[in-house]
Design a protein around this ligand. Structure first.
Ligand SMILES: Cc1cc2nc3c(=O)[nH]c(=O)nc-3n(C[C@H](O)[C@H](O)[C@H](O)COP(=O)(O)OP(=O)(O)OC[C@H]3O[C@@H](n4cnc5c(N)ncnc54)[C@H](O)[C@@H]3O)c2cc1C
Length: 257
């Protein structure tokens, strides 16, 4: 099976994030694999180990993206592709990303593409479904189970607490979320092996893409961090007293009644 994983590098939300001029400040930022993409990598490895074939991890990014690709290789992916846009494109949006991926997949024989459900930074959840629509294959989002028998694929997806069971066929794109599997940590031998695994780098020229073809259709006007909330106050004592105190606080302190 030819299995592809779409990987996005994202800011590490455990670290300090600074915003300036509607952009997250890149200097010194720590990057990680988008957490939902870890479920996609794990599932790709499990499916390859069950059915045979190869796992290729693809990212559109910059020189810093190699680290996340090497981590995916250390987890067990077979090869990686970095489509490096840093010298050619200043700006981009989900349209840009999908147009580039469409060209990448033009000459590929695909059985299964796995993406994350959503990127934790820009969080549109568009890239997977848009790519599937663009290249004309079926897709199922937010899956929690994937079983392939021949060309028949049985999928479970979470629908607000219920489980929906869907039968579909290959080739297919799915988007992954927690509950699907438990992503493995790269082992030490895995990390050593990953250094020698193929990591191809290409630019948009190699895909016969002109800057004009992938120009962003949207513009980010503003990004801002939410103000930190003050700690809540817990009222104590008899219930009657608490009610009186609450009403007094809402009227005199918060001035909302
Ligand atoms: C050339 C270029 C320049 C950009 N410049 C800017 C900029 O100036 N400002 C800005 O805010 N954003 C920029 N972006 C990022 C872009 O707006 C979105 O982050 C990106 O299209 C993905 O959208 P999303 O984060 O909503 O992902 P979602 O649709 O939420 O992601 C879902 C899944 O899609 C896949 N995916 C998403 N992005 C990629 C990727 N890059 N490569 C491989 N798989 C992916 C992953 O599997 C991910 O889990 C740029 C993108 C490109 C390609």
């Amino acid at each position: 099976m030819n299995i592809y994983v779409l990987l996005k590098k994202t800011f590490d939300t455990e670290e300090q994030i600074n915003v300036s001029n509607a952009e997250i400040v890149d200097d010194g930022a720590e990057y990680i694999i988008n957490p939902y993409d870890e479920y996609a990598i794990e599932e790709a490895i499990v499916q390859r180990d069950t059915h045979g074939g190869e796992v290729t991890v693809v990212t559109i990014g910059d020189g810093k993206s190699e680290k996340q690709l090497r981590t995916a290789l250390a987890m067990g992916a077979d090869q990686a592709v970095l489509i490096n846009t840093e010298d050619d494109l200043e700006d981009g949006d989900q349209y840009t990303t999908v147009k580039i991926l469409e060209k990448f997949f033009e000459d590929k024989d695909v059985d299964l593409i796995l993406a994350g459900n959503v990127a934790i930074d820009e969080a549109s959840g568009q890239v997977g479904p848009r790519l599937a629509e663009t290249i004309g294959i079926p897709y199922v989002t937010t899956i929690t189970s994937l079983a392939i028998e021949g060309d028949i694929v049985t999928i479970e997806k979470d629908v607000e607490g219920d489980v929906e069971i869907i039968e579909t066929s290959l080739p297919l794109l799915v988007t992954c979320q927690q509950g699907l599997n438990e992503p493995r940590y790269p082992s030490l031998p895995g990390i050593m092996k990953a250094k020698k695994k193929p990591l191809a780098e290409m630019e948009i020229d190699d895909l016969n893409i002109e800057e004009e073809d992938v120009k962003a259709k949207t513009k980010v006007i503003e990004i801002f961090l939410l103000e930190e909330k003050a700690a809540g106050r817990v009222l104590e004592g008899e219930l009657d007293g608490q009610v009186k105190e609450l009403v007094s606080l809402l009227r005199n302190e918060q001035k909302i009644i």
